[in-house]
Design a protein around this ligand. Structure first.
Ligand code: UD1
Length: 420
């Protein structure tokens, strides 16, 4: 049997103190993929030490790049010849590996990528990525679990996305950066990570405008050059700690983030009774007493992020009154509800809606982490609950959160981590 990490959490314990936010996972992974387009050495700073970054490093190395790490910095050298195929066993472990498709098509004119796996959070097809590449002249065949794309030369096109997919927007922005002529992406995703990726590519010589808006324009250039880039702060990690502070009735200062990236989660915390103080690159969150019930809908940015749905559910599970949480981005993200029920919560799921009847307090129980965000939320639930909570995790939390248990311990949490 594959080993598990056990987080043994004793609660209730309010989180108190200061925490430093790491670089963003969801930006680092895409910028690492984009480095494949630069025939030279790229330096990326503030890269979180998480398993997904290690997996993406392995993907790049298997493709022929050299990746070196020193502390928070990564050196990625893609000056040599690259292969066009990403290995099945890596892609199935992490959906973000699909982000090498655009860079490989752009640089080599061909790519063979295993169909993605990753989190068990509903059906996550890549049709929007492929349709966009097809408009740019690529042809695909899909067989034996792989998709194979060929494009002698990608050419600029007008792409209208059916849904503002983050991954599709990023893949297309990368492919268009060195395509012939101009590409426009309408109904593009507006997540801050897309602006970070465009900032990286522009520093390398690309000509991208409008990243962070629904309408992105990319004027293709012939070549990208080596660049030095610092990854933006992780807004999902920041949101997780902000919600954790409120859910545990604590008082935490988050340092090194951009408060505007989590504005809606902060407003929702205020609505639930938390006190929030915003600074230029820090936020203080505290909560006295039990939270109030609120309704919440997850939506693409700047809506409430689906990745913060689970921690918020932990907070609302203990609120005065009933809340309705509607998931609009992914299909099966409510699997976590069964785990939270073991801790005494009262939540009923109807399709995309969860009706959360707040209870006076949660009680510790053994639970299993179904994915990255739900895993972190279960640890937070353990901090709120009376007695011991054991969160059994196949490694999900470490895929996405740098030093999660260590940072929580610095905030006063009673957590022991062991391998079982
Ligand atoms: C990224 C984030 C993930 C976050 C999500 C939404 C990374 C590594 N992951 O995932 O943490 O939860 O954005 O903010 O950055 N879809 C299609 N066809 C496609 C692409 C997507 O139907 O070709 C659907 C998906 O099934 C899903 C929705 O669109 O229901 C959103 O997906 P998308 O925005 O692409 O998310 P990811 O980029 O996979």
């Amino acid at each position: 049997m594959k080993s598990m990490v056990r987080y043994s959490v004793h609660g209730p314990r309010p989180l108190q103190g200061e925490v430093a936010i790491s670089g963003a996972k969801n930006s680092a992974l895409k910028i690492m993929a984009a480095a494949l387009m630069v025939p030279g050495e790229v330096v990326v700073e503030r890269v979180p030490r998480i398993t997904d970054v290690a997996l993406m490093s392995e993907v790049l190395e298997r493709l022929g790049a050299r990746v070196d790490r020193d502390g928070d910095s990564l050196w990625i050298d893609s000056s040599g010849d690259l292969l066009d195929e990403t290995p099945y066993e890596l892609v199935t472990m992490m959906r973000a590996s699909i982000q090498v498709l655009g860079p490989l098509l752009a640089r080599l004119g061909r790519a063979r990528v295993a169909l993605p796996g990753g989190d068990a959070i509903g059906s996550r097809p890549i049709d929007l990525h492929l349709k966009g590449f097809e408009r740019m002249g690529a042809k695909f065949v899909s067989e034996h679990g792989y998709v194979e794309g060929i494009a002698e030369r990608l050419s600029g096109a007008n792409v209208l996305l059916e849904f503002p997919s983050v991954g599709a927007t990023e893949n297309l922005v990368m492919a268009a950066a060195t395509a012939d002529g101009e590409t426009t992406i309408e109904n593009a995703a507006r997540e801050p990570e897309i602006r970070d990726l465009a900032g990286f590519l522009n520093a390398a010589g690309a000509r991208i405008t409008g990243a962070g808006t629904p309408s992105i324009k990319i004027q293709g250039v012939t070549e990208l050059r080596p660049v030095h880039h610092e990854i933006m702060p992780d807004r999902i990690e920041a949101g997780t700690f902000a919600i954790g502070a409120a859910a545990t009735g604590g008082d935490v200062r988050l340092n090194g983030l951009r408060p505007e990236h989590i504005e809606l989660p902060l407003q929702k915390l205020e609505e639930a009774g938390a006190e929030v103080r915003r600074h230029s690159d820090a936020v203080e969150v505290s909560m006295a007493g039990r939270p109030r019930a609120i309704d919440l809908v997850t939506l693409p940015f700047p809506g409430f992020p689906t990745d913060l749905q689970h921690p918020m559910m932990v907070l609302l599970a203990q609120a005065y009154g009933s809340s309705i949480l509607t998931e609009n981005v992914f299909e099966a993200r409510f699997v976590f509800v069964d785990e939270l029920a073991r801790m005494g919560s009262s939540i009923k799921v109807e399709g995309h809606h969860a009706v959360i009847r707040g209870v006076e307090g949660l009680s510790g129980a053994p639970v299993e982490a179904p994915d990255i965000r739900a895993g972190a939320a279960l640890v937070l639930a353990g901090l709120c609950a009376r007695g011991e909570t054991e969160v059994f995790d196949k490694g999900h939390i470490r895929r996405g959160y740098e030093d999660f248990d260590h940072k929580l311990r610095l905030l006063g949490a009673d957590i022991e981590v062991s391998t079982v």
